[in-house]
Design a protein around this ligand. Structure first.
Ligand SMILES: [Zn+2]
Length: 319
């Protein structure tokens, strides 16, 4: 078992098989503990650092231990531009920014949020996303100033602030049911909350969860979509969103981009038309999901400023 897995399993720690076989009541007790969720689980099981599994004292004020907290903080402060997107058909590639590289303790922290219910990491990881968005907005300040009727462009009058939409990557309905929450959506809400406290009054951000997986009958609109799945019938994909995601893990960058083509849709196009938006995700790997999000948002009439993530798997780092 890797230290990563150990960290994730620790919050649900169950005695070894040997101990179980010699102690039946303990089995039932451990089962009860394991099924305990939320506050009850936290009370019954010792709180551990999601990055190294060391117990963290009650009232420590941080989800991480004293060693990991400064390391994770410093891993999140340097926002980098990353080249990860694999465009199809010569599509315009927006810039991607990430607060951290997906290495070191970052995978452990993000997987703990996604798969082990560690929503107590949201303030820290949300701050990373907020930094990433802040740097993107700063780089596009001239564009923000050119938005008609904005208080920036009308020199300090009482015009409305420019509102930039922060759009989280979608979660499948199945994964939301399994986890009980959508990690990317929670991260974006946290980042928006932090950003609106720090941005000048002339710019505000708003988290809008408007992109979802397209119904299966819609898919297959991508030209080479069906040729890669091997499981489509007359251009209609038989795969659900989670199956698509699992299959995506085994595909290369180009395969993933083609696989995602036509897989997403904007659920409220009227909300996005004519608006500035930033695509947000926890991790950007090949950029296939982000690239498809850009495409559907642009189709809905939104001006996509870029893609921001807590962490990116580095391919080529630009500056
Ligand atoms: Zn630790």
């Amino acid at each position: 078992m890797s230290s990563e897995q150990r960290g994730l399993n620790d919050s649900l720690s169950v005695p070894s098989n040997k101990a179980l076989s010699s102690n039946e009541p303990l089995t039932r007790l451990a089962g009860a503990f394991k099924s305990a969720s939320g506050a009850l689980g936290e009370v019954l099981m010792p709180r551990t650092c999601p990055c190294c599994a060391v117990p963290v004292a009650y009232g420590a004020g941080s989800p991480l231990c004293e060693q990991c907290l400064p390391q994770l903080r410093s891993a999140l402060v340097r926002v980098e531009r990353v080249q990860v997107l694999q465009p199809l058909d010569g599509a315009v590639v927006p810039e991607v920014r990430a607060a951290s590289r997906y290495e070191g303790m970052m995978p452990r922290a993000l997987l703990a949020l996604k798969n082990a219910g560690r929503t107590d990491l949201l303030p820290l990881l949300g701050e990373g996303l907020a930094r990433s968005v802040y740097e993107l907005l700063r780089a596009h300040r001239v564009e923000l100033q050119s938005v008609p009727g904005s208080s920036i462009s009308s020199a300090g009058t009482s015009a409305a602030p420019v509102e930039v939409l922060l759009v989280p990557a979608p979660s499948s309905a199945q994964s939301v049911r399994r986890r009980g929450y959508a990690p990317a959506n929670l991260l974006v809400q946290e980042a928006a909350r932090q950003l609106n406290q720090r941005l000048p009054a002339s710019v505000q951000v708003r988290a809008v969860d408007v992109i979802g997986y397209a119904p299966r009958r819609w898919r297959g609109s991508g030209a080479s979509f069906s040729s890669h799945t091997g499981s489509s019938l007359l251009g209609v994909s038989l795969l659900g969103a989670s199956e698509a995601k699992n299959e995506q893990k085994s595909l290369g960058a180009v395969g993933r981009a083609e696989r995602m083509h036509g897989a997403l849709r904007v659920m409220e196009p009227a909300l996005c038309a004519g608006r500035l938006s930033v695509i947000c995700d926890d991790v950007v790997t090949t950029g296939a999901t982000a690239s498809e999000m850009v495409r559907v948002l642009q189709d809905a009439g939104s001006r996509v400023l870029g893609v921001c993530a807590v962490a990116a798997v580095p391919k080529k780092l630009l500056t």
